[in-house]
Design a protein around this ligand. Sequence first.
Ligand code: PRX
Length: 643
Amino acid sequence: MPKKYIVKKQGKYFPSREMKEIAWVKDEKIYSDAGKNPIKFWEELAKKGINWEGNWKKTYEEKLPYFYWFKGGKLNFCANCLDRWIKKKGSKTALIWVPEPTSEKTIKITYKQLHDRVCRFANVLKKQGVKKGDIVAIYLPMIPEALISMLACTRIGAIHSVVFSAFSADALKTRIEDGKAKILVTSDGYYRKGKKEDLVGKANEGAEGTSVKKIIVVPRFGKKISGNKLLDFNEEIEKAEEKCDCELMNSEDTLFILYTSGTTGKPKGIVHDIGGYAVQAYWTCKWNFNLREGDVMWCTADVGWITGHTYAFYGPLLNGSTSLIYEGAPNFPNAGRWWEIIEKNKVSVFYTAPTAIRMFMKFEDKYLKKYSLDSLKILGTVGEPIDEDAWNWYLEKIGNGRCPIIDTWWQTETGGTLINVFPGIGPFVPTIAGKSFPGTKHIIVNNDGKEVKEGKAGSLVQVSPFAPGMLHGVYKNPKKYIETYWKRFGKYYDTSDGAYTKNGLIRVTGRTDDIMKVAGHRLSTAELENAIASNGKVRECAVVSIPDKIKGQVPVVFVVLKKGKGDASLEKELVSHVDKKIGPIARPSKVYFVEDLPKTRSGKIMRRILKNLLANKEPKGLMTLVNPEIVDKIKKIIDEKIK
Ligand code: PRX
């Protein structure tokens, strides 16, 4: 019989005795102890969890809006992920890779093998002129080479900038141009739903006319790579030396940049430094998921997003654990694929997004019943608020009523998780993320920055001392950094999320700005509007999000054309224009062609009115409009389309 890790008491779930027995954290005192001196708390965690080559001078320095952890401390990130493990457990599996085609074998890579490939690829990068502080762009699917490339960068002190492989060539170009990468690592393609998807074509197009001098291509489809600027990943690795020393880095040096959507049309490069990020990634991964020797952790996020960085790759490796990654679509060749992967590989920690859970809820149980999920110990969710139905389904069907659900709140900017409960403490309550990680503090404030009472909704902010894994600016844009995170509340970090507390636990309700979460992916309405408006036929447009049963939210667009009326074929054209500018993840679910948009006297588009019309609610604020008559006309167009 598999162990039962939770018990129900008075309608609530708590850790069982079996869970308490194995839990790293089981005493609630940790919160108050850490709260008494958070800097000392993190200092001790930093010393225990990470190998340092030289001491820091000051544990925490704060000159808002900037703050530094372990300044002057010396370390190498890659050494912490690999070198420190290879003596004792070189033959332990570091990465399990499941390719999408069922005809291909699952690959297991040991710490020793991973170390060897990382060293060789680091030498390849060096040969191509990559030096400490240079940016390397990585545009790869979920294949081991993504991890190898990232770790190789960290070994030689280069900064990686990973771009989600489903982003378009244009989206890649914007990110390359901002970071001025000289090298781009990509693959010829990847498998998705049984089809070969091209990547190198998009990579070539994206790199055209940019700073990129060489493109290193992983031959995923097994064919030799050749072409102008192109180098074959495997050939280069074979030629490279296997020894590569680790570059000694400062804690506050940059580890990576990851672009994410903000409220403007252009994505922001979120900067993470080495020491603070490593400490938070190590401890959050260990404690939230109660990682123990022998565990297999599967975080289903793509490496193109922060969750993939921290919990598919770095968190498990910093802990000397085993991580599983899967290349393809969750329901390929059928809706049992994920559960089959869990059974075959004895996955014990499973971390996914509510959107995936909602998608699986619609499939028949027969796909689930075929497989044993007895190896599971802990379930996690991330990326958006999880509704009660999805939470209960996850607990009953995947957790078989025996595994705790750890609902983790965090952001690209925070580097690692920040609000959740621990498996050994609980309680596990549907839709509630929980408590600030020990040594960090979040409060809920009103518009004047005053803390609100229990149960009252407000803005979620973080209080000093700020968590070690927090961002260290927006790449090349200090103004944006200040405006986005510090302008509104000054001494507090503004998360842009709404929240309230219930019985002392935090419930995050979602973004309060113009950012959508579409199938867990972060997108801004402004970015999408920019993309659509760049089509020559469009005079102007407005994007709003509407709720969606599976994706959480989906974008809807209202378009004013330069001339003529829109039709189905123009709608198609605009959708493929979005594919080209951003990628299929940003596709609008509907396009409404309208003759004008509701605007105020100063020309501001009233998206709120459009949102209300879509929700069939009475649109408020018509008095402020210069063109109130347009509202009825738009309503008619919406009603027509619904019919
Ligand atoms: O709105 C919050 C939501 O996701 C946003 C951050 O998105 P991103 O930077 O893409 O990072 C996602 C993965 C860390 C947050 O501002 N969010 C994330 N986790 C949760 C959540 N909302 C509610 N509950 C969560 N557990």
